[in-house]
Design a binder for this molecule. Structure first.
Ligand code: SAM
Length: 352
């Protein structure tokens, strides 16, 4: 471990005439400077390594490739980031539940290491897969990603997005994004081909329950939207994975209890594929309906924990400050404007 006293003594050697630390002078002398202090690399423990511009990395880190300084930021429970439309958003937005690839890359960077395998069993138009590819150029290294998607249209869109994105990157002189493997079919069957313990991170965004009713509600909402006072239900279309199901007429109608049982059973099966140090990270938005808040994230977390060998480690909040606000419920009842989504983080239960 670097000795703070030694680092301070070195810092003092590089003070300007006002006694202020002169980082430029220290850099000119090729000394690593972090937060205005010289890092005394001779004082690092065997398991520590200084990474230029990023801080001190601990070789014992089994979770990710982050340095201590980056880890501090990455454990923040809120991600207050409004990812502007990017990565062929016009194409990807045909899918109502698509997630920003760079948000996925951020989560992949927090919960996996370069070279790791990432699985998304509900892959849609490939937010996770694109995120894994971005990690090669904008993170610590490429992750291999496998996706499952039962709707062929979303696979076609992922492939077109990759083609167009890579053409644009070629024109800019940027290296291409790696193509990831998006398999067509039902995740309940495709998971059988994934060897046990072979996935380091499962990152996904679950399909929602009771879509026929949601569809009905949206139509009702359209007719009521002009009558603000009468508006008593709120389902956020951008947050809700709706159009995926609309385009998939094989989607069964489920009650919420059936949906929870179905998801819990699927995650129990997915957990077999996850390696012992691995994480399972799940996007899930809460919703407001029939004048009450549906705490879907809490319900799903409990259902998964009670069925699969997974322990909830965190609920991260993705807060999108750029989201449009609406006047829901005014002036009669408080109806939340949902500007956040939950990101449930599970760890595999250890056998000890
Ligand atoms: C919330 S969306 C995922 C969106 C994705 N995060 C993206 O960025 O595009 C869920 C996806 O799961 C797919 N899906 C639902 N049930 C499935 C199943 N049993 N097997 C495979 N895919 C399924 C739906 O077609 C939908 O595209």
């Amino acid at each position: 471990m670097a000795d703070d006293g030694d680092a301070h003594r070195q810092s003092r050697l590089f003070t300007d005439e006002d006694g202020e630390f002169d980082a430029d002078r220290a850099r000119e002398e090729s000394l690593p400077v972090e937060d205005g202090e010289v890092v005394d690399t001779d004082q690092l423990a065997d398991h520590q390594r200084y990474v230029e511009g990023r801080g001190i990395y601990d070789e014992r880190n089994r979770v990710n490739d982050l340095t201590g300084k980056e880890w501090k930021y990455a454990t923040k429970s809120v991600i207050p980031e409004g990812y502007p439309p990017a990565v062929q958003h016009d194409l990807r937005s045909e899918h109502g539940g698509q997630k920003p690839p760079r948000l996925c890359a951020e989560l992949i960077g927090r919960f996996s290491k370069a070279g790791d395998t990432v699985l998304d069993p509900f892959a849609g138009v490939g937010g996770t897969l694109l995120g894994a590819s971005f990690c090669e150029h904008e993170g610590t290294g490429l992750r291999e990603a496998i996706g499952f998607e039962r709707n062929a249209r979303w696979i076609e869109i992922y492939e077109t997005v990759l083609q167009r994105e890579n053409a644009a990157r070629r024109d800019r002189g940027d290296p291409p994004l790696a193509a990831q493997e998006l398999r067509h079919g039902d995740c309940a069957e495709l998971i059988a081909d994934v060897p046990d313990d072979s996935v380091d991170l499962l990152l996904t965004d679950v399909p929602y329950w009771h879509m026929d009713e949601l569809e009905q509600t949206r139509n009702e909402r359209a007719t009521r939207e002009s009558k603000l006072g009468a508006f008593d239900e709120h389902i956020d279309e951008e947050e809700c994975a709706d159009s995926d199901e609309e385009a998939d007429d094989t989607a069964p109608t489920q009650t919420k209890a059936e949906w929870l049982a179905d998801m819990a059973g699927k995650f129990d099966r997915f957990a077999d594929a996850v390696a012992p140090d691995g994480h399972v990270v799940v996007f899930i938005g809460d919703m407001y309906r029939e004048q009450s808040y549906e705490f879907l994230s809490a319900d799903l977390a409990r259902a998964i924990e009670s069925t699969a060998p997974l322990t909830l480690a965190a609920n991260l909040i993705w807060y999108d400050p750029t989201k449009d606000l609406h006047v829901y419920g005014y002036p009669f009842s408080f109806v939340p404007s949902m500007v956040h989504q939950n990101v449930l983080v599970f760890r595999l239960e250890s056998d000890e």
